[in-house]
Design a protein around this ligand. Structure first.
Ligand SMILES: C[S@@+](CC[C@H](N)C(=O)[O-])C[C@H]1O[C@@H](n2cnc3c(N)ncnc32)[C@H](O)[C@@H]1O
Length: 307
């Protein structure tokens, strides 16, 4: 195909590209601007072939009349780039700055509740689980709630299996040996980590379902896909889920500086390069984590442990 072009036989038409971009924005708030035709082609062509369509334009015609296929297309169009201990410094800040303060503040409950919002295939959630396994004192428990708009990604977190190529992206050999077992050509996360992680399909751009109060929220490398108003509204709603003395961690290129926010910012981590966001006006009410074994406790929640 001609990158960004609309004139070749293999290139999605401008109208159909507009339809897909509108669909993605409506369903996830992700922006898909002109110039991303190559991405849409690459993601939708396999689905077109599976559906028996000769090209993506015919497949988009199918999308116009088939809601189930639209959901599959949206899932396939999400950008799930991630890695273990991504950017390293935020994880160092978590261990050196965030954890000691939470351990002092939660001595009564000895329980930590963390949200990996927009978790992709789970490397963020399981990286945290490893650090908690290594640094939580005996008698403490931790729950990491991993959510994403993509059902395929959430299923991957639940399965906890990764290819060698994925393991090569940031997993130190010592932790590979300690926390994974080989299953065929893949690596599977050990049960001691999987029991810490619950999963849920969740759209950050829609009203949030009932959630517990979180001590830490990781909302990393997802705000970059949204427009200004969507970022603002997601940050406001996420703030309502964070404990008054809790923490929000964004991606290294993401900031609240250009938004009207009620967050305060603190420097942390190596050379103070990591920004920790703290809610300025604690609006969260302390609520326990819903029991994952009884999803009937909330009609909106389908929590599953990874084990
Ligand atoms: C680039 S990945 C980031 C993964 C991880 N947080 C990290 O930093 O490595 C972005 C993720 O955001 C998810 N996403 C996109 N729009 C979303 C939305 N509206 N609600 C929830 N997740 C969304 C995508 O499915 C994708 O898995």
């Amino acid at each position: 195909m001609t990158p960004g072009g609309t004139d070749g036989p293999d290139v999605i038409s401008e109208t159909n590209f507009g339809f897909v971009a509108d669909l993605l924005r409506r369903e996830t708030a992700m922006l898909c601007e002109r110039g991303k035709e190559y991405l849409v082609e690459a993601r939708l062509l396999p689905l077109a072939r599976q559906a028996g369509d000769p090209d993506v334009d015919h497949y988009v015609d199918r999308l116009r009349r088939d809601a189930g296929e639209r959901a599959r297309a949206v899932d396939a169009l999400t950008i799930n780039e991630t890695s273990w201990f991504r950017d390293l410094a935020p994880y160092q800040a978590f261990v050196d700055d965030v954890l000691p303060r939470l351990l002092a503040a939660r001595v009564d409950t000895r329980r930590l509740t963390i949200w990996s919002a927009a978790c992709s295939s789970g490397q963020e959630a399981y990286s945290l689980a490893m650090l908690l396994d290594e640094h939580l004192p005996a008698g403490w428990t931790a729950r990491i709630h991993a959510t994403d708009v993509s059902p395929t990604m959430v299923e991957r977190v639940r399965a906890g299996r990764y290819s060698q190529v994925e393991m090569n992206r940031g997993m130190p050999a010592t932790r590979l040996v300690k926390y994974f077992q080989r299953v065929g050509s893949e690596w599977e996360v050990q049960p001691q980590l999987r029991t810490m992680v619950t999963t849920q399909v969740m759209n950050l751009a829609a009203p949030l379902p009932p959630l517990p109060t979180f001590d830490v929220v990781l909302l990393r490398n997802v705000l970059i896909y949204f427009d200004h108003a969507t970022k603002q509204s997601i940050l406001d709603r996420v703030q309502a889920t964070i404990a008054e003395d809790g923490f929000l961690m964004l991606g290294s290129t993401e900031t609240t500086l250009d938004l009207e926010t009620t967050w305060t910012r603190e420097s942390a981590g190596p050379a103070g390069r990591v920004v920790l966001h703290r809610p300025r006006h604690g609006r969260a009410v302390s609520r326990p984590f819903p029991d994952s074994s009884s999803p009937a406790a909330s009609p909106h929640l389908t929590l599953r442990t990874g084990a």
